[in-house]
Design a protein around this ligand. Structure first.
Ligand SMILES: C[S@@+](CC[C@H](N)C(=O)[O-])C[C@H]1O[C@@H](n2cnc3c(N)ncnc32)[C@H](O)[C@@H]1O
Length: 261
C-alpha cells in the first residue's frame, strides 16, 4: 500500500479555495462549515489506531442490511447494470471498491464469480481510471460460457474453474501474478477451502473481500472466518464500517493480510 493514503485526500482544498477566491459569494457560513467538516473527517491525518480490527473485537451485527437498504422499484438494469451487463453490487460496495482500488492500487484483482463479466469489466475500467500500470483482472467462474463477449478489456482475463475442485484453480497462474492483490470472493461456494487455498499465494498488504456470506452469519461461517483470520488477516473497519457498522455486502469481510501465519 502507498504511504498514508489519507495524505492524498484533497477535500479541504475546496473549502480553502472557496474562502480565498469567493469570500464575497460564499456568504453562507453553514455550507462552508459543512464542507470543512466532511473534509476533516475524510482527512483525519493520523490513521485511526483501531482501523485494522481483530475478529474478536467485532460483532456479527449490521446497522443495516446492505441489500435490503438498496432494494428499488425501478428496473434492475439501473441498479444492477454496468455498460448493459449484469453487475450485482450494492451502491455501498461500489463506493468501497472504488476507494480501495484507488488506495491499494492493486496489480492484480482476482474475482471469484464472473457472472456475465460486468463486474470484471467495471474493475478493469477502474484500473484505467487510476492509471494503474500493468494491473490486471482475473475472473473465475464455473459457467464461463455465460460471460458476454461485450465483457472485453485488455486488462480482463476470464478463467473456467469449479471452486469445489480446487485443482481447477490455476496454481501456476496464481503464483506468478504480481502483488498487491485484491481478491473478491463473490461466488460464495466452498469459501473456507478456497480462501485457505488462495491464501498460500497472498502477501502482506493484500486484501481479500468475502461478499455476502456474512450477511446471515451461521456458526459454520463464524468458525470459518476465525480460521481465515488466524492466517494473519484483520478486518479493515475503514471499509467495513464506512456507511455504518457492517453496512456492506461483506460484513466483517474486508480483510487485509497483516502478517504471515
Ligand atoms: C453472485 S454471482 C457473481 C456476481 C458478480 N461478481 C457481480 O458482481 O456481478 C456468483 C457467480 O458464482 C458462480 N459460481 C457458482 N458456483 C460456482 C463454482 N462451483 N465454481 C465457480 N463459480 C461458481 C456462478 O456461476 C455465478 O456467476
Amino acid at each position: 500500500m502507498t504511504p498514508d493514503p489519507r495524505s492524498q485526500y484533497r477535500f479541504s482544498d475546496y473549502a480553502k479555495a472557496l474562502r480565498t477566491h469567493y469570500r464575497d459569494f460564499a456568504t453562507d457560513p453553514e455550507s462552508i462549515r459543512y464542507i470543512e467538516n466532511v473534509a476533516a473527517s475524510c482527512e483525519a491525518l493520523q490513521p485511526r489506531p483501531d482501523r485494522f480490527q481483530q475478529l474478536h473485537q467485532r460483532n456479527f451485527g449490521s446497522a443495516m442490511n446492505a441489500w435490503h437498504a438498496c432494494r428499488g422499484t425501478v428496473p434492475t438494469g439501473v441498479a444492477s447494470g454496468y455498460k448493459g451487463l449484469l453487475r450485482i453490487k450494492t451502491p455501498f460496495d461500489l463506493v468501497l471498491y472504488q476507494n480501495l482500488v484507488w488506495e491499494l492500487r492493486p496489480q492484480t484483482i482476482l474475482e471469484f464469480g464472473s457472472l456475465q463479466g460486468g463486474s470484471g469489466l467495471w474493475l478493469s475500467d477502474l484500473m484505467d481510471t487510476y492509471a494503474i500500470e500493468g494491473g490486471e483482472v482475473h475472473s473465475f467462474d464455473l459457467f464461463s460460457k455465460c460471460i458476454s463477449p461485450a465483457a472485453t478489456h485488455p486488462r480482463l482475463h476470464f478463467h473456467s474453474c469449479n471452486l469445489y475442485e480446487l485443482e481447477t484453480l490455476d496454481a501456476a497462474l496464481l503464483s506468478r501474478l504480481p502483488h498487491p492483490w485484491l481478491v473478491i470472493d463473490d461466488a460464495h461456494v466452498n469459501v473456507l477451502d478456497v480462501t485457505l487455498n488462495v491464501d498460500r499465494h497472498v502477501e502482506v498488504g493484500d486484501y481479500y473481500v468475502l461478499e455476502d456470506i456474512g450477511l446471515s452469519p451461521t456458526i459454520a461461517f463464524v468458525e470459518g472466518l476465525q480460521k481465515i483470520c488466524a492466517q494473519g488477516y484483520a478486518i479493515d473497519s475503514d471499509y467495513a464500517d464506512a456507511f455504518g457498522y457492517n453496512v456492506t455486502s461483506a460484513p466483517n469481510g474486508w480483510l487485509r493480510k497483516m502478517h504471515k501465519a
